[in-house]
Design a binder for this molecule. Structure first.
Ligand SMILES: [Zn+2]
Length: 291
């Protein structure tokens, strides 16, 4: 597409881009702007529950499928030189052929939706700190991450703008900024609540007394592992249980083997040829019907 061609003659190497980004960050700091670059160590953009869940949410939408990969390399190589997460707004400066300004507006979580979410989790979350560590049962975490009714925004709730010439659709700078949010949630998962303009403490308040998810199994860390239980009760009672001896490898049953490896062409070749033709016809018919 023409809009990509526009940037090609001005291609700058990653090293050069990095130097440029460093210079730009210095300038901004001098001006008193507290720059907050996204620094990724290793291959994974996000490693915590919330960071990964944010990235997964984005990647689960077909609208973004072809656009997001362009931002991965950008965020990994340190092109997001500043990322700020405020209520309902993400702003970023992304270094490409030049420095681009990215603004992403996120709709507030709907009041009704947030209430239902809190009711569904009521009684199951007693500590916001543990929630932010991703340490509640899968049922609770799944509920919060659920597409449509969870806490993560869906494409219809995300509007973006970039100062680059490719801003009509999601450009790599916007994609890089969105991934940057995933990385930032690793350090500060509470920013997700801030971004959606909700109070995370609502989740720990049992408003209605209803406890649909509270009865679900707690997180793995909160229960004794099966091994621990058997260590506690099993050993002194019965001794080790003999494990069944491994079965000798049985020869494959005759039916599983190919019946005839290769038969010589029988004298009745014309008949076989006719059968092949008729199979080909059937195949042609079936492709037509499925096309
Ligand atoms: Zn852009």
């Amino acid at each position: 597409m023409a809009r990509d061609d526009w940037e090609w003659p001005r291609y700058v190497s990653v090293a050069e881009r990095r130097r440029k980004a460093e210079r730009e960050m210095k300038k901004l700091r001098k001006k008193g702007h507290a720059v907050s670059p996204v620094t990724i160590e290793g291959r994974a953009i996000a490693t915590s529950f919330w960071g990964k869940a944010w990235c997964k949410n984005l990647e689960d939408y077909r609208d973004y499928e072809s656009r997001l990969p362009r931002g991965r390399a950008y965020v990994r190589n340190g092109s997001v030189i500043d990322l700020q997460i405020a209520p309902l707004e993400i702003t970023a400066m992304v270094s490409g052929s030049s420095i681009y300004q990215v603004t992403i507006r996120i709709k507030a979580a709907s009041k009704a939706g947030w209430q239902v979410l809190c009711q569904d989790c009521a009684g199951a979350i007693d500590s916001l700190v543990e929630l932010l560590q991703g340490r509640f049962s899968k049922a609770v975490m799944d509920r919060i991450c659920r597409q449509d009714t969870g806490l993560f925004p869906k494409p219809s709730e995300i509007r973006f703008d970039c100062s680059c010439p490719d801003s009509a659709s999601m450009c790599k700078h916007v994609a890089a900024a969105l991934y940057g949010v995933g990385s930032r949630l690793d350090e500060s998962p509470e920013l997700l609540f801030r971004l959606r303009a909700v109070d995370g403490n609502d989740l720990t308040t049992n408003l209605s007394g209803a406890m649909p998810l509270a009865k679900q199994a707690p997180a793995a860390e909160k229960v004794l592992a099966t091994e621990d239980l058997s260590a506690l009760f099993g050993l002194d009672m019965d001794g080790p249980v003999a494990s069944p001896a491994p079965r000798p490898a049985a020869p494959a049953p005759a039916a599983a083997r190919p019946v005839a490896t290769r038969t010589r062409a029988a004298p009745a070749a014309p008949a076989a040829g006719a059968a092949r033709k008729s199979r080909a016809k059937t195949a042609a018919r079936s492709t037509r019907t499925t096309a």
